[in-house]
Design a protein around this ligand. Structure first.
Ligand SMILES: [Zn+2]
Length: 220
């Protein structure tokens, strides 16, 4: 065999080995993708874990602000608005607790974030600010719920759904307060302790969001 033929032969062998190696590694990759769905799922579920932490931090901030909005309304002698903010703060506490307790079952301890400085304003401005932030929160929670469903993280999806249902109610109560320029009739607020749904004068046998019987509702 001449030197050039030998060289060609070695080159062909090397190319064949390279092609084989590429084919094998391609097959392994496909097998790996198919064989470890639970790993992919865990990685995906971490998106919902992050969303739970964000939702917790948002609810914790809302508790603080709604409490302060309530005090500001009290200073302005707007007792009806003050009571509404107090009800919203109670509802947000339910949400913060439910997110924290699910995170705890997954080994994550959360603590309330540092209080953010309160924007300067009057009670009626706070009503508008709260209404627009509740609207944003609802759409964020809807996204979180969808992500959790995709990740088959049913408990998280249910909490996001409950929180969104209660927040929808917050937004309606805030709109009502904004529309009624003068003092509006103070509603005998009660709340579902499971999901934070606030009931005004409506008659219902069970919570519209989580079906808890009305006997278990708490007075605000
Ligand atoms: Zn409920």
């Amino acid at each position: 065999m001449s030197a050039s033929k030998l060289f060609l032969h070695i080159s062909l062998v090397l190319v064949s080995i390279l092609v084989m190696a590429l084919v094998i590694s391609g097959c392994q990759k496909k097998e790996g993708e198919g064989a470890k769905p639970e790993v992919a799922q865990q990685a995906a579920a971490s998106a919902s874990m992050e969303n739970l932490k964000t939702a917790y931090a948002g609810a914790a901030k809302n508790i603080d602000w709604y409490d302060k909005f309530s005090k500001q309304a009290q200073k302005e002698n707007l007792g009806d608005i003050s009571v509404l903010f107090k009800a919203l703060a109670r509802s947000e506490k339910v949400h913060a607790d439910m997110f924290a307790s699910l995170l705890k079952t997954k080994g994550v301890e959360v603590t309330a974030p540092a209080a953010e400085p309160l924007p300067v304003g009057k009670a009626r401005q706070y009503l508008k600010r709260a209404a627009s932030s509740e609207a944003v929160e609802q759409s964020v929670l809807a996204t979180y719920e969808k992500v959790a469903i995709d990740e088959q993280f049913a408990e998280a999806a249910e909490l996001f759904r409950r929180s969104r249902g209660a927040d929808e109610r917050h937004a309606r109560l805030l709109s009502r307060a904004i529309e009624m320029e003068t003092n509006f009739a103070r509603l005998p607020y009660v709340m579902c302790p499971e999901c934070g749904y606030i009931v005004g004068s409506d008659k219902m046998d069970s919570c519209l969001v989580c079906k808890l019987p009305k006997e278990k509702f708490q007075k605000i």
